[in-house]
Design a protein around this ligand. Structure first.
Ligand code: IVH
Length: 712
């Protein structure tokens, strides 16, 4: 099946958009270019069947397992290719079993519930021409020009339908197959910022009255800041990262534990309605609906672009694409909707999507480059991660020279060879991903990669635990693991030692002066002379920073120790529960009580190993005296976090925002740097938003700032 993907990919070398144009929107002309003219019906049947099976497989991976294997662009290309074949060979298309048009997200884990009104999908447009064709169809059907549209961001999450009866939240259901979906009420109730009761008087269609029953349609998503936080914590705990915010949202709604929703920073936004009783309570325009959503106190779409006519609609779509970089939430396109509900009715609904709306999908930035080599990184817990070393290529404004390949199986699955030409893509995600291989350009010299059987850093034979994809180095004295352990311990979220960067850590490990964490506290000035530098101020500063870290907060020390399953949040919990480093290490000496928290159980398992308890003893012997949870600012929501404010915030003045941040233990700084934790943006934000983007600092809005203060 990979042949399809690579063939599609091969056609998209260089000007991605232009080629998308050539493929067309079910256009007969495009079909002629992509389907071999001499094909027999038998071949067409085979091709259509294969494409449908492949699409169904990707649907299942995307919707049910929240683990897509291909990019959205490649998926859309597969669908388009199928459409072209179907248009060309309608008889063959009828003979082959159909695939469900709307991806089915039912997981089999939940009770299912039938929607009051069907949940539809959206037609997609990929080019200006396709968007204009949509607008032209609408104007023709309505028999007038300059039709009123509303353009909204297309949120990249998971569609939900939330039912309110007499203003009370009674049920939440995923889209499922459009007719019925998974009932996820408990999960959705746990989303911060979703009121359980609508604002306004109950009973009736009168002005301001709440409908008796209404299905609110919207999207559950994860804001970028939360996505980064969750992934950083998972990495620290030795768990796999989520590939993108959508996978995190979908994965969390599929978790059986609803309480996890609150910890994973899920959010929801509403942009539509399904069933509504009495029908007279329905707003008459899309803009009116957005006003209602706000008036009822529900989270709504704050950025809307009204447009009259096709030109304005296209300009609005481009404006959304430009504004997108500053959004705190993930988007993968813009949705163009007819504003008037009467006009929407006139256009009606097609097979699985309304004719009155279209989703314009933004192209992922994509580039083709050569895979120079595959190197292996050894992580803190010994996991060997293959990394693609690429011929540097500019992608969406930054140079990309490396991309993770995740694990050994990923290389085999892609049949990736050193010397291959590969595609790198940056979609809504911050981290570039390897999106495919251009098989057409594979040379005879391209060589398969042989995954090492011994750790490249220490030579110990690697192991793979049953049921895990990860390959690990079990070496207790592995210098690569030690380097990563030091990096993690000294990191900002750990004991925060300024000046102890990767080059210095390498030098300390290479010279053998640091063989375990405790050795950091025994360093002398001569040991910390930067490679190729004279001893002096910088050595002094580093030693002072190391000395100061002896009094780091207990929670930071616990996080810094890198206990599996213990991220920043669990570390705070442990600090509160145990009160001292000695008490945490002592957890390993006995079996935890039946009702012990997950954090306590994780620490007990880790410190059951004598060498881990010995490591803590050594740290204490070397003078580490962490401040208890109650002594420092550790219990406060924004302790140790640095914020930069920019633009005009909707409700708070600069001074008020600063006071709130400081009261929660945070700091406000005037300029953005790599040490900034969050940039809070309002309207008319200047260059700081761009700087945040470049430095990969999370950008949040006022609402999110307030949530951080309240919920952490
Ligand atoms: S309207 C009848 N508006 O995109 C129209 N959908 O690919 C139903 N989506 O299933 C959808 N942002 O999950 C609409 N502003 C927006 C949206 C949006 C994201 C999702 C939604 C839908 C999918 C279609």
């Amino acid at each position: 099946m990979n042949a399809f993907i690579s063939e599609v990919a091969a056609r998209r070398v260089g000007f991605f958009r232009v080629v998308r144009c050539a493929l067309g929107f079910v256009a007969a002309g495009a079909a002629a270019q992509t389907v071999p003219p001499a094909t027999t019906p038998a071949v067409a049947r085979e091709e259509i069947a294969a494409l449908r099976t492949e699409i169904a497989r990707h649907d299942a991976l995307y919707h049910r397992q929240a683990a897509p294997e291909i990019s959205d662009g490649d998926y859309d290309a597969l669908k388009r290719k199928l459409r072209t074949w179907e248009a060309r060979f309608p008889d063959a298309a009828r003979e082959v079993p159909a695939v469900a048009e709307v991806g089915d997200d039912r997981s089999g884990l939940f009770k299912t519930y039938r929607h009051g009104e069907r949940m539809l999908s959206l037609e997609k447009a990929y080019t200006e021409a396709e968007l204009r064709a949509f607008a032209a169809r609408a104007e023709k059907a309505l028999g007038k020009r300059d039709v009123a549209f509303v353009i909204e961001p297309k949120f990249d999450g998971l569609a939900v339908s939330v039912t309110f009866e007499q203003g009370r939240l009674v049920r939440a259901v995923t889209r499922g197959n459009g007719i019925e979906g998974d009932e996820v009420t408990a999960h959705v109730r746990a989303i911060a910022g979703l009121p359980r009761v609508l604002r306004g008087p109950a009973g009736g269609e009168g002005a301001g009255g709440l409908p008796a029953v209404i299905e609110m349609r919207g999207e559950v998503y994860v804001p970028f800041a939360e996505f980064q936080r969750v992934n950083a914590e998972r990495e620290a705990a030795g768990e796999a990262r989520f590939a993108n915010p959508r996978a995190l949202a979908a994965g969390t709604l599929r978790q059986l534990d609803a309480a996890e929703v609150g910890r994973r920073g899920l959010a929801v936004v509403f942009y539509g309605i399904g069933a509504c009783e009495p029908t007279g309570a329905r707003p008459t325009t899309q803009r009116g609906l957005h006003e209602k959503i706000r008036a009822w106190g529900l989270p709504g779409v704050s950025d809307l672009w009204p447009a009259s006519g096709a030109d304005a609609a296209w300009r609005a779509v481009q404006a959304v694409e430009r504004a997108r970089a500053g959004f705190a939430f993930p988007t993968d396109g813009a949705v163009v909707k007819l504003d008037e509900v009467a006009a929407q009715r006139e256009l009606g609904v097609g097979e699985s999507a309304p004719r009155w709306a279209v989703a314009y999908k933004f192209a992922a930035a994509r580039a083709e480059t050569r895979l120079r080599a595959i190197t292996i990184q050894v992580g803190r817990t010994g996991v060997l991660t293959p990394v693609a070393e690429l011929e540097p290529v500019v992608l969406a404004g930054s140079t990309v020279a490396r991309a993770t390949l995740h694990n050994r199986e990923e290389i085999a699955r892609r049949d990736l060879r050193v010397g291959d030409f590969v595609y790198v893509e940056k979609a809504g995600e911050i981290i570039p991903a390897l999106a495919g291989v251009n098989r057409a350009r594979r040379s005879a010299e391209a060589v398969p990669f042989v995954f090492p059987t011994a750790c490249p850093a220490c030579g110990t034979g690697v192991v793979q635990r049953a049921g895990e994809v990860a390959v690990r180095c079990p070496g207790a004295a592995c210098p690569a693991q030690l380097r990563r352990r030091i990096e993690h311990f000294a990191s900002k979220a750990g004991v925060d030692i300024e000046g102890l960067g990767p080059a210095m850590i390498d030098a300390l490990v290479e010279r053998g002066v640091v063989q375990e964490l405790a050795d950091l506290y025994r360093l002398r000035p001569d040991d910390v002379v930067a490679p190729g530098k004279n001893p002096g101020k910088s050595a002094e500063r580093l030693l002072a920073a190391i000395a100061a870290s002896r009094r780091a907060e207990l929670a930071r020390v616990l996080y810094g120790l890198g206990i599996p399953q213990v991220g920043a949040v669990a570390a705070r919990e442990l600090a509160r529960e145990c009160g001292s480093l000695e008490a945490v290490a002592a957890l390993g000496e006995k079996t935890p009580a039946a009702g012990a928290s997950a954090a306590v159980r994780a620490a007990a398992a880790h410190f059951a190993e004598p060498r881990h308890r010995a490591g803590v003893k050594e740290l204490i012997a070397a003078g580490l005296r962490p401040m208890g949870a109650e002594a420092g600012a550790g219990g406060r929501a924004l302790a140790g976090k640095t914020f930069v404010l920019t633009g005009t915030l909707p409700t708070l003045s600069r001074a008020q925002a600063t006071a709130k941040i400081e009261a929660a233990g945070g700091r406000v700084s005037a300029s953005v740097s790599a040490r900034t934790d969050y940039v809070v943006v309002g309207t008319d934000a200047g260059g700081k938003r761009e700087q945040a983007r470049t430095l990969q600092v999370p950008v949040i809005d006022e609402a999110e700032l307030l949530r951080l203060i309240e919920t952490k």
